[in-house]
Design a protein. Sequence first.
Length: 544
Amino acid sequence: MSNSEQNSSNTSSSILEADAKGDDLQQIIDETLAKKSYKEYILISCLCFLVAFGGFVFGYDTGTISGFVNMTDFLERFGQINGSGERYLSNVRTGLIISIFNVGCCIGGLVFAKVGDMYGRRIGLMFSMAIYVVGIIVQISAQHAWYQIMIGRAITGLAVGTVSVISPMFISESAPKALRGTLVCCFQLCITLGIFIGYCCTYGTKKLDNSAQWRIPLGLCFLWAIFLICGMLFMPESPRYLVEKNRIDDAKVSIARSNKLNQEDPFVFAELQLIQAGVERERLAGSASWGELFSGKPAIFKRVVTGVCLASLQQLTGNNYFFYFATSIFKAIGLEDSFETSMILGAVNFGSTFVNIYVIEKLGRRLCLLVGSAGMFVAFIIYSILGSVNLYENNDFDSDVTNRSTGRAMIFITCLYIFFFASTWAGGVYAILSEIYPLRVRSKAMAVAIGSNWMWGFLISFFTSFIINAIHFYYGFVFTGCLAASFVFVYFSIMETKGLSLEEVDEMYSQNILPWKSANWIPPSAEQMAHSTGYAKPSAVESP
């Protein structure tokens, strides 16, 4: 017998002895959690925040690129010359520079996220940062070749796509179920923090008269990569990944360390058995091939479709319409310093995400998304009407004269929209995607779902400049329709996973619970779930 098998056997024997004494697994877990004060969650929260910092890398890129394409030195180096001798970036060049990042993200999530399955979540994140550094070097060394910037952004996209799959997955597998939604939403919090810091950096350097305008913000990216790599040195590996690899003793250490408990604590054994039971059930269901995304049970294909639609709708809410093109949009409104407005939007986005961290566990996933869809729908339709009817005199969209009061009202509505997005859909989607898939296909299914998100991001960021030039603010009505569709989709398709362990979520899907009734579903006891897999048969233990 191998060491790993012996460790697994010894551990399961200890757990079965606990069952023989009449200790209910769920009671052990509930009692331990009930005794914990909020201070005892500080460690695991800080560790998960280190993982969530991967979102900062993504957000920082979003916050800086909208400023780069409007900086004088950037235009001088990478732009084209128009008829009057001025430098500018064409719609095609702007679209490619901004949107190629999303293509890289899609490929990175699908191809490189499996590094997290092969070598662990920690190594996967470190690997992604190595790719990220290469992409930054390619960009920062560019002199006059605009396509070098594009290639560098594609490479950094590979890294960010990998992070976007592994980070939420890592957090969901490591966090206590009572805090899982909140801690996964910290990934979105870091995205919004990155966007805000990116806006601030470009605002601080825009007055420089050389390449330092954009090279200083780019150079800071090396610090973000170093911080994330160093943070992973302190983060325990995912216990679910360790159990899947039969590293049972390491899984015990990870659970104990994350919960500040002794390795022999009953809570550690109870939590370990639940994870083992879930992994064992997945092993009995078959290998984790790509084909299983279409034929796996229970309801794997249904979950994949749900995830793809949800991730796609997150982009189709129109958030990146503002974040990627904020500076350009507010120039059109007639603001003298659109960089300042971008900072305001970034601050609203960041502050609103704290609301998301609270409401995701207080209201639940479904209600959170439903409220967000309704709020964004109202905000976007008002924004679109103001922009298409009242902003320009006589609807002359080529005029430089705009109604300032209407412009200010549109900025307020934009802030209202961002509040609803950041406090609901922004983090809620990542929380749901990290919860609804079983372990054996989680990375593949999340890669497909988030890949669809990135592809929609590419399409929106590439074509938005063309569409704005063609139909101007009428473009907003497209997103309004998508927001109406998102409300209907959430109501009829999204399960409520608040307060459930990942194993309980899997059980809920196996019972085909209707989404609009899922909030009232009562999961079976932890002991019943463990025994139902055949991993821990009651007959294996004789009563004393």
